[in-house]
Design a protein around this ligand. Structure first.
Ligand code: HSE
Length: 365
């Protein structure tokens, strides 16, 4: 049995990964070792073939014996420990949720439903670093897999509606705290009309005391049209990732341009995206729909009607689910080669944990 070390398994992505591994009985196939940057020596979670004590994630000698290291600990840990291990001559597989190694030539970005063949070939070719992609990129590629496979896409403009979870667990809780603060403060003002109420509420959420130490701004009753750092070309880093990561995942021979505006909204754990897709040629809508619907086991085509859209294509409808619905699929009035679509996906499942779980299974095979 392969020895697999887990780091960052208590965090949000790590916890979702642990749950999925329990559901799929993955622990039966490995010897598990749980590491922590701070809690070495404490009791480890009980899993089949698991080591009883938590080991120190900062102790190189305790990591060197692993065949596979799976980390959801974050970029700082990767930046510090990955080079140390490799410099020590460690030849194991490094499976990582953080973005640090994603764009390195030595790494492959994993997204099982879309690039499993590339992952498998890379393992045979001796690649050792496997990294999960950015969540919006992964969710978009699973949704549009059928059109990519057919080589139909000339370019995409993606406008995102990203949940608080993408910014971290503290941010999710902060969004709820913001909502609670508004609810508590204004629950007893029924006599005010809508316009007066809006004025007071807006004043309230802009005050310094409003809970916003993580986002820095109100997200409740608001949206934030900037995610991650600034790039020199005016994109946010989140926007920059769409094209570079998608093309790396697909290993395209010619770059497919992908760009848009990434926006944080008040959903909790599901990212949504409105897509404008320029097709390379005119294709009838029935063909497009069947290509999209049949591409992989996870994409679910939602017919373009109001009832099904509003019941099946929303963050609340798909939270906690592995399926990736895509709907609002229609030709745009811009021209016959312009396709409209909207997709939604659980940011912590296919957006983060599930691609790591799948590559771990590949590595065991
Ligand atoms: N960067 C994403 C976000 C999450 O902020 O929503 C991780 O891919």
């Amino acid at each position: 049995m392969k020895k697999v070390g887990f780091i960052g398994w208590r965090g949000m992505v790590g916890s979702v990964l642990m749950d999925r591994m329990r559901e799929e009985n993955d622990f039966n196939l490995i010897e598990s070792y749980f590491y922590s940057t701070s809690k070495g020596g404490e009791l480890a979670p009980v899993v089949p073939n698991g080591s009883p004590k938590i080991l120190s994630a900062m102790n190189i000698s305790e990591l060197l014996g692993m065949d596979i290291i799976v980390t959801c600990q974050g970029g700082e840990f990767t930046s510090e420990m990955h080079p140390l291990l490799r410099n020590e001559g460690w030849k194991g597989f490094w499976v990582d949720a953080a973005s640090t190694l994603r764009m390195k030539d030595s790494s492959v970005i994993v997204l099982d439903p879309v690039n499993r063949h590339i992952v498998e070939q890379s393992i045979r070719n001796g690649v050792k670093d496997f990294v999960g992609g950015n969540c919006t990129v992964s969710l978009m590629l699973i949704a549009l897999h059928g059109l990519f496979k057919e080589g139909l896409i000339e370019w995409i403009s993606s406008m995102t509606y990203q949940a608080a979870s993408g910014a971290g667990a503290k941010n999710m809780l902060e969004l709820l705290a913001q909502m609670e603060a508004v609810g508590k403060t204004f629950s007893k003002s029924p006599s005010l009309g809508a316009l007066e109420m809006e004025k007071e509420v807006n004043h309230f959420i802009r005050q310094d005391e409003f809970p916003k130490s993580n986002f820095g701004h109100p997200l409740a009753l608001n949206l934030l049209p900037w995610i991650d750092s600034e790039m020199p070309n005016g994109q946010s880093k989140e926007e920059w990732k769409a094209q570079v990561e998608a093309n790396k995942i697909l290993q395209t021979s010619q770059v497919i341009p992908i760009d848009g505006t990434c926006v944080r909204v008040g959903a909790l754990r599901c990212h949504s995206q409105a897509l404008t897709i320029k097709l390379k040629k005119s294709v009838d809508l029935n063909t497009i729909e069947s290509l999209i619907a049949g591409a992989n086991n996870w994409v679910k085509l939602v017919p373009n009607n109001k009832l099904e859209t509003l019941s099946k294509l929303t963050p609340s409808a798909i939270s906690g689910k592995l399926e990736i619905p895509i709907g609002r699929v229609r030709k745009m009035s811009l021209g016959d080669e312009y396709l409209n679509a909207f997709t939604c996906g659980d940011q912590l499942l296919w957006g983060a944990a599930e691609p790591l779980r799948c590559v771990l299974r590949n590595l065991l095979d």
